[in-house]
Write a protein that binds this ligand. Structure first.
Ligand code: UT7
Length: 329
């Protein structure tokens, strides 16, 4: 009997309508379009403006897009994982609410949090359920409403982040397509460099904490940048080496969209030409858990069965890693 592999068989996505351009940011903080474009590659990002709508709203829309496009019956979905760093609330799973809203009434569901690596780690988790042979349809959604924890007076963070969601369906494959290999890492000594403390169990909810913006993302950009460049490139190179792949074999690099310079450095290390590097950071900024599925959403029409894709991500924690996947359709 051939081994079951876990393949992505459908993709969906959702971006909120409001476009926050660099020009508008120029009116909010001391920054300018030229600086943001040359240092990050970002021109605009999407923001979910409507009061009372959280990450589940983005996740539900991305999942509904996938369901409509693929024609699957949501009642056949057995597991819904929402990869997110911005759940709707501290307790009560965002995934459970999402699953119910999309009609996945026979599924169990949970959230998975690993900052900007949430979706990458979720791919590994989703694949294990499929490979076990016990599950046939696992829906993995990457969704973040980053604007809920951004201080729009902090130019070190507000220029980077945006809101969005992407969804993929994992199903069994017996042609050897789907997830081939993974190398996932974390290092907790990095957490002081990228964090949002307030609301966590180690940090009391006080008015002082609120006034000090501790509910917002803090980032030591330079340190995060240096670590992201070296670690994302290291893991991608390692995945190539241990699968005997060279740059000609690779069809695409799908790298976390945090800064164009980090993505370029990863592509350079594995000698990949620009045309093989998926890029949409200019339109959406850093959508945390949604960057990887939104790349698939934007590039889906260009992908061919058998394409060899290298995924890579780096984020808070620190968390990072790389996955090698063969496209299934
Ligand atoms: O998603 C996973 C985690 N996040 C990341 O991977 C993000 C990693 N970090 C970065 O992308 C970059 O570090 C930033 C985009 C956040 C910052 O870029 P940088 O090239 O590291 O800038 P910097 O912090 O070293 O600052 C360089 C200069 C400074 O001025 P001086 O001291 O050279 O005069 C800053 O004050 O740029 C200034 N600056 C800005 N100027 C205009 C910093 N932020 C801005 C800004 N607009 N928004």
């Amino acid at each position: 009997m051939s081994k079951i592999s876990a393949a992505i068989t459908a993709v969906g996505g959702y971006l909120p309508d409001y476009v926050l351009t660099n020009q508008v940011l120029e009116t909010m903080v001391d920054t300018n379009d030229e600086w943001i474009t040359s240092r990050t590659g970002i021109k605009e990002r999407r923001i979910l403006k409507e009061e009372g709508k959280g990450t589940s709203f983005l996740a539900i829309n991305a999942a509904q897009d996938l369901i409509a496009k693929s024609g699957i019956n949501p009642e056949e979905i057995e597991l819904v994982i929402v990869a997110t760093a911005t759940p709707d609330m501290k307790a009560a799973s965002t995934a459970a609410y999402t699953a119910t809203q999309i009609g996945a009434t026979n599924a169990f569901s949970y959230d998975l949090e690993a900052a900007c690596s949430s979706f990458l780690f979720g791919m590994s988790t989703a694949a294990r359920y499929i490979e076990s042979g016990r599950y046939k349809k696992v829906l993995l959604i990457g969704a973040d409403k980053n604007s809920s924890m951004i201080n729009y007076k902090d130019r070190a963070t507000c220029i980077i982040f945006g809101d969005g969601a992407g969804a993929v369906l994992f199903e069994p494959n017996n042609e050897g397509l789907g997830l081939q290999d993974e190398y996932l890492r974390s290092d907790g000594s990095g957490r002081e460099f990228l964090q949002a403390k307030f609301g966590g169990s180690s940090y009391k909810t006080t008015t002082d904490a609120l006034e000090n913006n501790e509910h917002c993302i803090f980032q030591d950009g330079k340190t995060v940048f240096k670590n992201a460049v070296s670690k994302m490139a290291d893991v991608s190179e390692r995945i190539l080496q241990r699968n005997n792949l060279n740059n000609d074999d690779i069809s695409w690099l799908a790298a976390h969209q945090a800064n164009k310079r980090i993505i370029d450095a990863t592509a350079k290390r594995i000698n990949l030409e620009d045309k093989k590097v998926m890029m949409n950071i200019q339109k959406y900024g850093n959508t945390t858990s949604a960057t990887l599925p939104l790349l698939l959403y934007d590039y889906e029409s260009k992908l061919k069965k058998g394409d060899k894709i290298i995924f890579a991500a780096f984020g808070g924690g620190f968390t990072w890693g790389s996955i090698y996947l063969k496209w299934a359709y």
